[in-house]
Ligand binder design. Structure first.
Ligand code: PLP
Length: 395
């Protein structure tokens, strides 16, 4: 086993370490300023002021309204709220009968699973296919829309292969379609995007993208785990999926997690002040350069262009990713298959299958994601570890 201090972490799409500035901002809200934001006394006032200030900061950075930011316990919950909260409501209001949702076959499980449940309840789902590079075609999306379509949900940047979908173009298209639908008395189509992996690197202002619902997560941007947010455009007919004391404008009951909300806002602030990712991209490109130089027989899964700057998803033909991950970990390098179950067991990636890989090929693929703490030296050592281990595993 490698000395703990010498291990290299290149799995930043799975989670990120909490930034020290974030930790510092959170610290007072655990035991000094511990009030319940719903309490009338000064302890409560201190807590609600912190929640309000966090919401205000995020709203300002996203150029949206204060009450359009809803804090949740995770991005998984935010995705569930967006999908399950919208559908029954719109369905009931417009008496549409079977409603129709358009999504893609490369969504995160926290979108796919609620969609599966809605299907069981009788709603109709169209999953747009992606091409071999990992992109949907806007013309296919336009063709998929029906009179009873009420939601389009498309992931902004994919968590496994990092490919970036044309969210702004889709937003503009839906805006045009919605204008016509209004004239024809058809229900509005709401637009949701899971921006969990995108927030760190891409333009995420909802008005600019023309989205109605947008999901974020704390722990992918150097904030704490167990906090997320959903942007909900004012007027979107969303119903809560968690009922209780009516916090978060009635959309998410439960005492607000004050330290995590404060930490999340600080993490968003830091991400906005550092936006771009060109240093990370440089390191990513260097690593890819080293890998192809030392080990010619490799394939990049998904397009190299229009991809998150920190992401590599690589197939090593003839090598099982399970053996590779274990060997790399023993060698001191932590990467992932991009598709670990909660049990830690490996499953076949639906994303890699969607871009045309066979089951076997998808099990020869690993995801490497670089973060703001990654150094050039780490990249060099990571390349050496990969080259060495590949040689030992090659049959
Ligand atoms: N959506 C995407 C694209 C993700 O990558 C993840 C986390 O892996 C999630 C949603 C779920 O985020 P959370 O861990 O906050 O529930």
């Amino acid at each position: 086993m490698v000395n703990k201090n010498k291990r290299i972490y290149l799995d930043y799409a799975a989670t990120t370490p909490v930034d020290k500035g974030v930790l510092g901002a959170m610290a007072p809200y655990f035991s000094d300023k511990f009030g319940n934001p719903s309490s009338i006394h000064s302890f409560g006032q201190e807590a609600i002021a912190a929640v309000d200030s966090a919401r205000e900061k995020i709203a300002k950075l996203l150029d949206c309204k204060f009450e359009e930011i809803i804090f949740t316990g995770s991005a998984t919950e935010a995705n569930n709220l967006a999908i399950k909260g919208l559908i029954p409501n719109s369905c009931g209001r417009k008496s549409l009968g079977r409603t129709h949702i358009v999504s893609t076959n490369i969504e995160h499980e926290s979108v796919l699973e609620p969609l599966k449940e809605l299907k069981k309840l009788g709603h109709e789902i169209t999953y747009l296919k992606v091409d071999k590079n990992g992109f949907i075609k806007i013309s296919n999306l336009e063709r998929a829309i029906k009179n009873n379509t009420i939601l389009v949900s498309v992931i902004y940047a994919n968590n496994e292969i990092g490919t970036i979908q044309p969210i702004k173009k889709i937003g503009r298209l839906l805006e045009k379609i919605n204008k016509k639908r209004q004239e024809n008395n058809l229900p509005r189509i709401y637009f949701h995007t899971d921006a969990v992996q995108a927030l760190q690197f891409l333009e995420c202002r909802p008005d600019w993208l023309k989205v109605d619902l947008m999901t974020f997560s704390g722990h992918k941007i150097y904030g704490p785990k167990g906090i997320g947010a959903l942007y909900v455009r004012k007027g979107t007919p969303l119903r809560p999926i968690i009922l209780g004391g009516g916090q978060e404008f009635g959309l998410r009951s439960g005492t607000e997690n004050v330290p995590y909300i404060v930490g999340f806002a600080k993490a968003v602030e830091l991400v906005f002040s550092a936006k771009g990712g060109s240093a990370i991209k440089n390191l990513r490109d260097k690593l890819w350069g080293y890998i192809i130089k030392n080990k010619g027989d490799v394939r990049l899964n998904g397009s190299f262009n229009n991809r998150l700057p920190n992401n590599l998803n690589i197939r090593f033909p003839g090598i099982s990713n399970e053996s590779l991950l274990i060997a790399l970990d023993r060698g001191g390098l932590a990467v992932s298959a991009g598709s670990a179950c909660s049990s830690g067991a490996m499953s076949t990636s639906h994303v890699l299958r969607a871009i045309g890989l066979t089951e076997c090929q998808s099990k020869e693929s690993i995801r490497i994601t670089i973060g703001k703490n990654t150094t050039e030296k780490e990249i060099r050592i990571a390349a050496e570890i990969i080259t060495k281990i590949i040689k030992t595993l090659k049959i």
